[in-house]
Ligand binder design. Structure first.
Ligand code: ADP
Length: 753
């Protein structure tokens, strides 16, 4: 293989033009086409090397200003690849050897110029091969350095897979030197977590000439596990025959550790009970854990990529913008806010939000951890209520003790004070003092009884005696006690019982019911100086309401919340020395509660109050009357005032008992004359006139009364039932006639007509 160019560029170092021509002639003869430049001194030689770029140097040995040796040294220095042939007239052997040692590629004696052509060809050939070899060597050097210095582990095996070469990175990772692993199968370095099938597949791939990629878990010389991503590829010779395998392995242990860490983190986030959400800087959801999906009622698909605003009710948006977001960006925010579920339910959450930043501190995401605190808030409220109750109980207890002390001491002081005064008192004083002592003792006893009752009621030790009872009768009985006292005060007493409730029967404790009614009516009585006291019944659903309304002084707003407290008495009650222990309403409230009802009131200062309580109506009474039975009672007659003219006291008592509780006032006149006097002194709605009376009989009295009070209703009561008699009675002016013995029903009919 001749590496010669068609026209060879030759630099000649020659002082003799004749010799130069001879040499060129010889070359032409040898068929070497060329272009020549001739120099005879150093500078021109150097210039020619740079400019002319010769492919061959032919140099004379001795020149007047230059020498073949100088030229050779310059070539070595400046262009060692250009072949150099020394052409000399004579040369001794030593010089020739020296020149060859210095790098001359050949030398020719001028007398042997015919050999020049062959010599040139050989030298150029040799130089070309040398150059190729050098290039190949350099390539190999680069390649081997690339492999030696590669950051990946490199293993080269023979076709059977036995290691022939490992690079330093392999030694660094695996801990084995080349000597320790040479000839061994790389499989012995693996941790052994792969099956035979896996290796079979690997071999099948690489033997088919393809590349195999995969992950290996390895064990290094110290026994530590490390992971590698491996590419194994076959190396083939120029005929395509596989001679080796090359494995390039990248250490992914850190990556694996991170992966494991991330997997663990993700798993932990999924399994915690708090709702975790991660949003990007645009507020869009990039992660939500299971608990979040469960609590808010959305599926993962419904949330991913959507704005987290969907879980915030619109009215907290300003809080988000003004406080939560700025604080989160500053480092973190924690607090209670309201969130919204998919179904629109609002619920409280405890939220803590923080930021995620990259290595350049740039914000990449926001993390929110929220827990549903509905239950917690409920418990907290309960706890606070319980605390307030306990504090209130404490306060009440000490107030109670203080009051008890006062309520007991006041009558006790009187008893003790007047007892000691008794010693030196005269008879008249003794009587007065004894009265005071008796009253105070009664007062003390009353307080003690009430206190004991209240404390028994509060400790739930009171038993109920439940019986069928008629509420209207019960109310009437209690009301009657007050009705008779109305004369002392300028009061109108009214009892309003709707007809449909008058026969109603309920199951309850009569004594306790009466006690409640007595307490309410007593209060109405005590705190009302003029106007009306009205008591009545009303039906509210399946509850029966008892009420007592008065036109008294009412309860000032500031005292309304306290009137059910034990021993509480209004400033007015204290200032006006209105009797009472302040236990009545507390007891009533407990009693009503015990009977399954509720006690409440409304009041207006200066105008009056209405106290009422409910009792359950229940199923009715076994064997008792029902509200649908005959309407025999009248509803409104409570404002009625009646004069009974009757000489027989027993007859009067009978009528009085019949009408007790129904009328505001029942007066008794023992004869006609007394009846006329009483009627002119008082206003009566009606007179029940007995006909046969001493002093002045009923006929006479009726005539006189009707002449004076034509509007006044006069009903005659007589044992005579003959028609003539009745005619006389009616002629006298009586509006109606009742026959003795008078029945309740006929009496009530008269009042209703
Ligand atoms: P007492 O047994 O001393 O009457 P209560 O517990 O029955 O005590 O009543 C407590 C306070 O409630 C009374 O002192 C009074 O201030 C107020 N009160 C109760 N009933 C009435 C009412 N009908 N009108 C005005 N104040 C009332």
């Amino acid at each position: 293989m001749v590496h010669m160019k068609p026209v060879l560029k030759i630099l000649m170092v020659e002082d003799s033009a004749q010799d130069a021509e001879l040499i060129r002639h010889q070359m032409r003869k040898s068929g070497i086409m060329h272009e020549a430049r001739v120099t005879e001194e150093a500078d021109a030689f150097k210039l020619a090397l740079a400019e002319f770029q010769p492919e061959l140097i032919l140099s004379d040995f001795s020149l007047p200003h230059f020498s073949g040796k100088d030229a050779l040294l310059l070539r070595q220095e400046l262009a060692p690849d250009i072949p150099f042939i020394l052409i000399t007239g004579s040369i001794n052997e030593e010089t020739a050897v020296e020149m060859m040692k210095l790098g001359s590629d050949d030398y020719i004696l001028k007398e042997n110029l015919t050999k020049l052509g062959v010599a040139i060809r050989q030298v150029i050939e040799k130089k070309a091969i040398q150059k190729e070899k050098k290039a190949a060597e350099s390539k190999l050097r680069i390649l081997s350095r690339a492999i030696e210095q590669n950051p990946a582990s490199i293993v080269i095996t023979d076709v059977r897979g036995n290691i022939e070469y490992v690079n330093p990175r392999f030694t660094e990772l695996a801990g084995y030197t080349l000597q320790e692993v040479q000839g061994r199968n790389p499989r012995v370095l693996k941790s052994g977590n792969k099956s035979d099938g896996f290796y079979k597949n690997l071999w099948r791939t690489i033997l088919s000439g393809k590349e195999w990629r995969g992950e290996f878990e390895n064990r290094n010389k110290m026994g530590e596990i490390y992971y590698e991503n491996t590419i194994i590829s076959p190396i083939t010779d120029e005929n395509g025959k596989i001679t080796h395998f090359l494995a390039v392995k990248e250490d992914i242990t850190d990556q694996k550790k991170h992966q494991k860490k991330y997997a663990l983190l993700a798993q932990s986030l999924e399994s915690i009970s708090e709702c975790v959400s991660i949003t990007d800087t645009e507020d869009n959801i990039v992660f939500v854990n299971k608990s979040f999906q469960r609590t808010y009622g959305y599926s993962e698909d419904e949330l991913m990529g959507k704005s987290i605003r969907m879980v915030r009710p619109p009215d907290i948006e300003h809080l988000q913008v003004r406080e939560i977001l700025p604080r989160t960006l500053e480092g973190g925010w924690k607090g209670e806010i309201i969130n919204k579920k998919k179904d629109g339910t609002l619920f409280p959450v405890l939220l803590s939000s923080t930021t995620v930043r990259d290595e350049n501190e740039k914000l990449t995401a926001l993390i929110g951890v929220a827990s549903d605190i509905t239950e917690m808030i409920r418990q907290r409220e309960e706890l606070m209520e319980a605390k307030a109750r306990a504090e209130e109980n404490n306060r009440l207890k000490s107030a109670l003790l203080n009051n008890m002390n006062h309520e007991i001491r006041t009558p006790m002081n009187a008893i003790m004070g007047f007892s000691s005064l008794m010693m030196d008192a005269n008879d008249q004083e003794k009587v007065a003092f004894a009265n005071i002592i008796l009253n105070s003792s009664n007062q003390l006893l009353g307080v003690i009884d009430e206190m004991i009752l209240l404390s028994r009621l509060q400790s739930e030790k009171v038993e109920l005696v439940v019986n069928a009872l008629n509420p209207s009768e019960c109310l009437r009985d209690v009301f009657a006690m007050f009705n008779y006292g109305q004369k002392e005060k300028n009061l109108t007493m009214k009892l309003l019982i709707p007809v449909e409730l008058s026969r109603l029967c309920i199951l309850s404790d009569l004594t306790k019911l009466k006690q409640i009614l007595t307490n309410l009516l007593t209060n109405a009585w005590k705190f009302t100086t003029s106007g009306t006291i009205e008591a009545g019944l009303a039906r509210i659903g399946n509850q029966l309401e008892f009420y007592v309304r008065d036109t008294g002084m009412g309860i000032p707003e500031r005292e309304r919340s306290r009137i059910f407290e034990a021993f509480f008495r209004s400033d007015y009650a204290i200032a006006q020395a209105i009797g009472g222990s302040g236990l009545g309403l507390s007891i009533s409230k407990e009693l009503v509660g015990l009977l399954g009802g509720e006690l409440y009131f409304t009041s207006e200062e200066g105008k009056g109050s209405r106290f009422a309580f409910t009792l359950p109506i229940g199923e009715g009474c076994p064997g008792g009357s029902t509200e649908h039975e005959t309407r025999e009672e009248m509803d409104v007659m409570n404002n009625f005032s009646l004069l009974i003219a009757e000489d027989e006291h027993i007859n009067f008592r009978y009528l009085e008992i019949l009408l007790k509780g129904h009328l505001r006032r029942i007066d008794h006149a023992k004869n006609g004359e007394e009846a006329i006097r009483m009627a002119s002194e008082n206003h009566y709605d009606m007179i029940l006139m007995d006909i046969k009376m001493p002093v002045m009989d009923g006929i006479e009295a009726t005539k006189l009364l009707k002449a004076q009070f034509p509007e006044l209703r006069i009903i005659a009561q007589t044992a005579y039932t003959l028609p003539e008699e009745t005619a006389i009675i009616r002629a006298a002016g009586c509006d109606d006639v009742l026959c003795k013995p008078i029945k309740k029903e006929s009496l009530l009919k008269i009042f209703q007509s």
